[in-house]
Write a protein that binds this ligand. Sequence first.
Ligand code: PHE
Length: 347
Amino acid sequence: MLMDISLIKKQADNELALIEKAEDLVLFEKKYLGKQGLIADVFKGLKDLPENERKIAGNQANLLKNELKAVFEQKSKQIYQKRGQTENLVGKIDVSRPVPQKEIGYLHLITQAQRELTDIFKTMGFEVVLGSEIESDWYNFDALNVPKDHPARDMQDTFWLKPESSKMLLRTHTSPMQARYMETHKPPFRIVVPGRVFRNEATDVKHEAQFYQLEGLMVDENISVSSFKAIMAEFLSQYFESKVEVRLRPGYFPFVEPGFEIDAKTKGGGPARRSPKGEGGWLELMGAGMVHPNVFKAAGLQQRTKGKVNFTGFAFGCGIERLAMIKHNIPDLRLFYQNDLRFLKQF
Ligand code: PHE
């Protein structure tokens, strides 16, 4: 028994001398000082010894235990101190040390653009309203003066929902909200409608099967094309952060009369600088026009009483990604939907 004790002591000293890591120290403690460790075994063995030997062996075992505890504690101090020094934790916690940054999420560029655009319109007294992505063919087409079998339906290739008899579809533009809003509100009003729209089209740098639009509608007494032009110039100048000139060209949309294509150009900076292509720097931006009398009629609004026109209005619809592409010089619409962080993190 006494032999065992001195052997254990020797072995423990050797092992301890080699230990450098806290993890090994834990194992060492378990092996020697643990409940089922070697020293506990020695104590358990005492009862089998003859009376006289037991006393001596017991003393030795106690000595060994205390010694091991002492060297073990000394060693742990050394090891933890070393570790603490590298972690700067000994004696103080360095409260000025920068905390590792957690990555937090932020808004997708489309959402950012959508909010920038609607914020601009809010400053001009427009209300922001939302429509539904699933629409009936009535609101998407008929109420907007596009009767069944009218060739204009082909301008927007549509995803129809099943069964086809339901006549439900994924809205191809945000214009249905013109009809819905006018059904439940009386002029004057001014609204913008941001939202996702869907078209059954092949994708390329300028086209996706889904994209975002911002619809605008303003109806009041004496709303004219020049009111519209002024509001567009103001809105685009604010969004592109430089003075924008607006040009109207004739364009066809069944729900407006007259209908326009809106071109824009800036003096230095803005769309013109970013797209030197178009004629003299003009860039085609969106469709628009004066609200067609049939659209007012379908919504139940009486535009004339006794031959007198009570109100007129303008409407426009622009692609949100398209505006963001021009502003940020983004070459391909598909980038918005690929969720590549190398792209997204730039905005
Ligand atoms: N809804 C049309 C489109 O998606 C755009 C538009 C809106 C045109 C309002 C005129 C008036 O192409």
